[in-house]
Ligand binder design. Structure first.
Ligand SMILES: Cc1cc2nc3c(=O)[nH]c(=O)nc-3n(C[C@H](O)[C@H](O)[C@H](O)COP(=O)(O)OP(=O)(O)OC[C@H]3O[C@@H](n4cnc5c(N)ncnc54)[C@H](O)[C@@H]3O)c2cc1C
Length: 415
């Protein structure tokens, strides 16, 4: 079948890969001049199958509310809030009594397991070599932080997540460059989490796709999707729409806008966050893998010869406006935990982007209300970790192949 994929981020590229593997003729339309220029450009790289990542799933756990009250907010609210953001915030804050949260955790973990397996299989078959490290250390500054996290930890344990609580000394053994002068209470080690370079993986997959004759159209902004006389795509600057048998929407934060024109709602919002990428100054002073500070929601990790710092989650923000205080704070936290490891802040690559997130924290992977139009979006903070599995799922649904994991959990469009 002739299939169009809108968006060449990690979701679009991996969807194209699986569609080609299922025998389809694929064209990818991307408004930028290169692949992985949106949220997939400089992600935190975490493949946190433990789901130990800021803004995962619901805010309804006591730990989140305690943090709001203590002013250690997981999310900063900026002045550009719209009705849609408020709706999301309300739904996000109340979604998830223990029962629904447990189901969400299980579904997201199943998608993760499927994704990681698929990613490894693709990488080994295609000989893809990308930057990667194993394990995540979550820092608890105080005993109170540990108490606040207990409900989440016990839920994760019930859902089969492996972890170990480490003393201060054990943390330093695990991450030898952790500053001895930074006081903290303990750490939790998640051995099955990973860090890998999302953009690098996307570019390697794209190179594979070029060899398989996938047509990549860059600087090709989709202006609209037409349903009559047949399903087709209208590009900005074109006066004739291009027909396809199926269209897969992988347009990240722009997905709801493209759907709105077809009277389809996608209950979600866009959340912005930042990464700073700094060249390593002294290797022995740098982190080994990922370290998350639960007090600030800032994650640090090693990416080849660089350190990447991620944080500064914002709602109602303008993606083009970088908040200097937030970036300085991210740099300070890195210096606090790994002093002298990186070059000066002035030499850092600063990246801010938005990611589409649903109130349940689960992505949407499935058909839209328009025949032939499919959606693979709303992955929030787990879009890299779950990309390969989501792509295989959408490609199998389109091809009418029996999906290898349950799809229903990822097919809730409204609140
Ligand atoms: C700073 C940051 C750190 C992150 N860290 C992690 C992490 O550690 N682990 C993790 O799992 N996830 C992480 N995420 C989330 C993850 O990056 C995203 O969920 C994922 O990249 C989404 O991929 P995507 O392809 O759906 O969207 P995008 O990468 O945004 O791609 C969408 C593409 O569609 C294109 N497009 C949009 N509209 C149109 C149109 N009309 N016509 C043509 N093209 C169009 C855009 O240009 C873009 O290239 C992070 C996100 C950010 C912003």
């Amino acid at each position: 079948m002739k299939i169009a994929v809108i968006g060449a981020g990690i979701s679009g590229i991996s969807s194209a890969f699986e569609l080609v593997a299922n025998g389809h003729d694929v064209t990818v339309f991307e408004k930028s001049n290169a692949a992985a220029e949106g949220a997939s450009f400089a992600t935190n790289g975490l493949m946190a199958s433990s789901l130990m990542q800021p803004l995962t799933l619901s805010a309804s756990e006591p730990s989140h509310w305690n943090r709001f009250l203590k002013n250690a907010k997981p999310l900063s609210v900026r002045s550009g809030m719209r009705w849609n953001d408020l709706q999301w915030l309300w739904q996000w804050s109340k979604y998830g009594n223990t029962e629904t949260l447990t189901a969400s955790i299980q579904n997201l973990r199943a998608l993760y397991a499927y994704s990681l397996e698929r990613m490894r299989s693709i990488a080994s078959h295609a000989n893809l070599d990308y930057e990667q490290s194993n394990g995540q250390l979550v820092i608890l500054r105080t005993a109170e932080d540990e108490n606040m996290l207990r409900p989440r930890l016990s839920l994760l344990k019930d859902c089969g997540v492996e972890f170990q609580i480490l003393s201060h000394e054990q943390c330093v053994k695990y991450e030898p460059a952790l500053s001895l002068s930074t006081e903290f209470h303990a750490g939790i080690h998640f051995p099955n989490d990973e860090v890998a370079n999302c953009r690098q993986f996307a570019m390697l997959l794209k190179a594979e796709l070029l060899q398989k004759n996938v047509d990549f159209q860059f600087n090709a902004k989709v202006k609209g999707i037409k349903t009559t006389p047949h399903l087709s795509i209208l590009l900005e600057g074109d006066n004739q729409a291009r027909p396809f048998d199926h269209i897969v929407l992988c347009a990240g934060s722009d997905t709801p806008m493209l759907l709105q024109a077809l009277q389809c709602d996608f209950a979600s919002t866009s959340i912005c966050n930042y990464t700073l990428t700094l060249p390593i100054r002294e290797t022995t002073l740098a982190p080994r893998s990922a370290v998350l500070d639960t007090k600030t929601n800032i994650t640090l990790h090693r990416l080849g010869q660089r350190i990447r710092v991620c944080g500064g989650y914002e709602l109602g923000a303008d993606v083009s406006k970088k908040h200097k205080k937030t970036m300085n704070h991210m740099y300070q936290v890195m210096e606090q935990f790994f002093p002298g490891a990186a070059m000066h802040q002035a030499g850092s690559q600063i990246f801010k982007s938005s990611q589409l997130i649903t109130a349940t924290g689960l992505p949407y992977i499935g058909a839209s209300r328009v025949a032939g139009l499919w959606i693979n979006a709303g992955h929030g903070v787990h879009g890299w970790g779950t990309a390969c599995g989501s792509a295989k799922l959408i490609a199998d649904l389109i091809t009418k192949k029996e999906p290898e994991i349950g799809a229903l959990a990822f097919q809730r469009l409204g609140y």
